[in-house]
Design a protein around this ligand. Structure first.
Ligand SMILES: [Zn+2]
Length: 430
């Protein structure tokens, strides 16, 4: 009887959410001219009679991603693709007709955000969802048509994948561009500034392509860096940078003075110079920088000493009130989509963050770094209904964030697939 109820509830949920089994990965689905490929059924987040689907996730411990304390015995009301209400169950009115999702003895956390990925051709985007990563920030290394096309195919549910926020193209400036890094045939992955005067037009083109962030690479003259920073600030689009190591083409303080508010790989900080390190730390606190240390990828190339210096830096940064965000740099150096973010969160804990801070780094804090706070990364009224139901308590032990029972993105179940969710003998919910 119980199993039957679950099958029924799951079936209703599937219908209500307009579920379609997603493609395994873009590598197998990338060309729409594949023979035999069926056009996807129309997708809506509507339920019966065109009314938005209503779901109620009840009984779980809610960690809402805002930094607030966990709420035991919570209720989250989802209408269509958005959260309508969330809080203690006794304070939330559960609308009649809402489809229940029982989260008793489980924890509900926001869909996770990986702030540093490269969605290059062939990457398994569905794997992000399987690991609870419902949003990613793509920081370049593809062409514009590729990334905008992928985003569109995910938004239309042709492909199952995370929400994509992106930089469009890497921004670099001339001269000189090293041909081994910038071969002429690969220049369509870069936005090349030929003079500082190009900056407003470049930012405009990136915005027209739907960019959410300006990503500045290492090869930049200080003049171009300042000009692009001004143009980005005027367009109200955040800027982040990778200056290419400890002593790159420009240092972190120069980048923050130019308007950057994100720092990738802790680049541009000369850790062998205590005064320079101190200056970078103070500047980052002063401007409210978001630090994306990407420890996972750094420790694949850096010595233990160099990693230890960065861990110490991050501990001091956090102690001074700085905000750390979690980026995996997938698929660089074999890092896996989805799982890589959990590894990075664990790595942040190893570096000295609490599990709660590490979870924030991939939820509420990550959303602020993206400039999409209240829209993703938190479970609150008005935000997208992106949530992950897990076993255990991720703010006590961060690895619990990967003990995934169920993932919803925009109010629709994206993992596991409903068939699996009700597989005989393995009821997921009581
Ligand atoms: Zn990267």
């Amino acid at each position: 009887m119980v199993t039957r109820w679950f099958r029924l509830a799951a079936a209703i949920l599937v219908i209500a959410a307009g579920f379609v089994p997603p493609a395994a990965s873009i590598s197998t689905q990338a060309t729409s001219s594949d023979p035999g490929e069926q056009p996807p059924p129309p997708q809506t987040s509507s339920g019966h009679n065109g009314m938005p689907a209503l779901l109620a996730v009840v009984g779980g411990t809610l960690i809402d991603g805002t930094g607030a304390d966990p709420i035991p015995d919570s209720a989250i009301i989802i209408e269509g693709d958005r959260i309508k209400a969330a809080g203690p169950r006794r304070q939330i009115r559960i609308p009649p007709g809402a489809i229940p999702i029982d989260a008793t003895d489980l924890t509900v956390i926001p869909g996770l955000i990986d702030v540093h990925v490269h969605l290059i051709e062939g990457i398994d985007v569905r794997s992000f969802l399987e690991h609870g990563v419902t949003s990613v920030r793509h920081l370049g290394d593809t062409t514009l048509p590729w990334i905008t096309g992928l985003k569109k195919r995910i938004e239309s549910n042709e492909i199952a994948g995370p929400r994509i926020f992106h930089c469009g193209l890497f921004v670099v400036s001339e001269p000189p561009l090293k041909p081994e890094i910038y071969p002429p045939e690969a220049l369509d992955r870069f936005m090349v500034m030929r003079s500082p005067a190009d900056a407003p037009a470049i930012v405009r083109r990136l915005l027209e392509a739907g960019a959410d962030v300006v990503k500045v690479k290492m090869e930049m003259s200080p003049e171009s860096l300042r000009a692009i920073g001004v143009a980005a600030a005027e367009a109200r689009i955040p800027m982040t940078f990778d200056s290419g190591g400890d002593t790159g083409d420009y240092d972190a303080v120069t980048a923050f003075d130019a308007g950057a508010r994100g720092i990738e790989h802790l680049s541009g900080i000369n850790f062998s110079d205590p005064a320079a390190t101190e200056a970078a730390l103070r500047k980052m606190i002063a401007v409210g920088a978001f630090a994306d240390p990407t420890f996972m990828v750094l420790e694949r190339t850096y010595s233990e000493d160099r990693i230890a210096a960065r861990e110490e830096f991050i501990r001091r940064f956090v102690a001074m009130g700085g905000t750390v965000v979690a980026g995996s740099d997938v698929p660089v150096r074999g890092i896996m989509p989805g799982h890589g973010l959990h590894q990075e969160m664990a790595r942040l804990v190893k570096a000295g963050l609490t599990s709660r801070q590490a979870l924030m780094a991939a939820t509420g804090a990550a959303a602020r770094a993206l400039g999409y706070q209240g829209i993703v990364g938190t479970i609150e009224a008005g935000a997208y209904a992106d949530l992950v139901i897990v076993h255990g308590d991720p703010i006590r032990e961060i690895s619990a964030a990967e003990k995934i029972v169920r993932v919803l993105k925009g109010g629709r179940e994206v993992h596991p697939f409903p068939e699996e969710a009700v597989s005989p003998g393995e009821p997921q919910f009581r």
